[in-house]
Design a protein around this ligand. Structure first.
Ligand code: SDX
Length: 429
């Protein structure tokens, strides 16, 4: 295995060290490139650029492998739940009973939001997108908890356990409140006796003065959805969290920025876009064949398909696709969109256009169908992704904040604009 890379620039040879990751990935360490050669690298979209060394999540896109802290996603999906997996991602180890009890107690303690925050919702129009509300209110938590926003890594790390629990617990409460506001319903406060996912469903769907007991298969499905979204290396939103964290901004400001990045339809907004796509196909009476042709002609994009890293099946999509059958069956839900999704997947996986581009279903292709079945409204789908991704954002914020020689993230550019020009007075322009 190469220990160094040699680059010849203008007939001069330069050597740069090679970094080898725990799973054998290799990187050319170009941190001295500009100082030694005057050149920078150019990698629009960062498809070939490692921004950090991380020990949280590993993906092998060619083999369709995903592991959180070394544990295969398939095993966690089968044997763990969201809170236990969140602990694993944030702290690096599966919790003991005592550790899990302490973590859950912190989540319970932080479940409510300051009552003054209820007035924030009075200002939002009922049709406001919940991702706009979520990013705003997550950042605004620092107004109520200034002690969580020292904007000094060392000081903010001293409060890490509390801030992490606040971020993970309150994101769920704010999400539910945004739904209640949109429906003109009174807010339902969190209960101390309910587990994480059940408490969310309670705050979303409990009728006043009624006792809401979520069906076990709904709790299980929601735990699975959140667990499968919990982290995913340096995706667009997690890289955003790290970028903001690198300026020594506090965790809540950093994850609020992550929420904004996740909103886009190419990223977390894809789960909503998939359902809109499937509904449009259904409305046309198409089984998906016509739509596939429109995709191949470049007119449309098959949302929920393709991935920057996975050039094989996204393992999360496989797990969710299987869960779709069991959840819909156990709930007695018939969803024609599932049949269309299945048909699209079958046709795409056999079609040269998709095969040659290594386009497979990603996590968003089936997740919306399960969320529909358990009663999550479509405009909350990306919010569910944000709740699920919170542990990963927290863990990545911590990696940046605790880096011994951390530096602010500040990429270079290649300037292609006007060269020096002389100012001309307005009456002469
Ligand atoms: C998530 O990064 C992560 O880890 C993200 C995520 C996470 O957990 O954080 O996994 C979550 O964001 C999943 C992706 C959700 N987005 C979508 O499903 C939107 C649809 N997918 C695409 O827009 C696209 O595949 C991306 C954005 C996911 C990846 O974009 P890339 O890597 O920049 O790929 P590309 O746009 O350069 O496409 C390469 C080729 C192009 O064709 P050519 O120009 O070579 O002819 O593949 C084509 C694209 O046109 N292509 C698609 C396609 N995705 C890529 N063609 C049709 N439908 C698609 N979905």
């Amino acid at each position: 295995m190469a220990k160094e890379a040699r680059i010849i620039i203008e007939e001069k040879e330069y050597k740069f060290p090679v970094i080898t990751g725990a799973e054998g990935e290799k990187a050319i360490d170009t941190r001295a490139l500009r100082a030694e050669t005057g050149y920078i690298t150019y990698d629009e979209g960062y498809g070939n650029t490692g921004s950090c060394q991380s020990d949280v999540t590993f993906i092998d896109g060619e083999k369709g492998i995903l592991r959180y802290r070394g544990y295969p996603i398939e095993e966690l999906a089968e044997k763990s739940d969201f809170v236990e997996t969140a602990y694993l991602i944030i702290y690096g180890e599966l919790p003991t009973e005592a550790q899990l009890k302490g973590f859950s107690a912190r989540l319970t303690r932080h479940a409510a939001v300051p009552v003054n925050m209820e007035h924030f919702f009075e200002g939002y129009p009922a049709h406001s997108h919940p991702m706009a509300i979520l990013s705003g209110l997550m950042n605004s938590l620092t107004c109520f908890y200034p002690e969580y926003a020292a904007n000094n890594h060392k000081e903010d790390l001293q409060n890490f356990d509390e801030v992490a629990a606040a971020a993970l617990s309150k994101v769920r409460t704010i999400a539910a409140m945004s739904y209640r506001m949109s429906q003109g319903l009174p807010y339902i406060y969190p209960r101390r006796d309910l587990a994480y996912a059940d408490n969310f469903l309670h705050m979303m769907f409990t009728e006043p003065y009624a006792k809401f007991v979520p069906p076990p298969e709904v709790s299980k499905a929601l735990n699975l959805i959140l667990l499968l979204h919990a982290d995913h290396e340096q995706n667009c939103s997690t890289s955003t969290v790290r970028m903001v964290a690198s300026s020594e901004a506090n965790m809540l400001a950093s994850v609020a920025a992550g929420i904004c990045a996740l909103w886009g339809p190419l990223h977390g907004g894809a789960n909503m876009a998939v359902i809109k796509m499937l509904e449009a196909i259904h409305a046309e009476g198409d089984d998906g064949s016509t739509f596939i042709n429109e995709v191949k002609s470049g007119e449309k994009r098959l949302m929920g398909f393709g991935h920057r890293v996975y050039k094989n099946y996204d393992p999360r999509a496989k797990i969710i696709a299987r869960a779709c059958e069991t959840v819909l069956e156990s709930l007695g839900v018939e969803d024609p969109l599932l049949d269309i999704a299945r048909h699209l997947e079958k046709v795409a996986l056999e079609d040269e256009y998709f095969v040659s581009r290594k386009l497979y279903p990603n996590v968003d292709f089936y997740s919306g169908i399960i969320m529909r079945a358990i009663g999550i409204p479509m405009n909350m789908f990306t919010v569910m992704f944000a709740i699920g991704r919170m542990p990963g954002w927290i863990a990545n914020w911590k990696e940046v904040a605790s880096h011994p020689n951390g530096r602010i993230y500040r990429p270079r550019q290649v300037y292609v604009g006007e060269t020096t020009r002389t100012f001309v007075p307005r009456d002469k322009r």
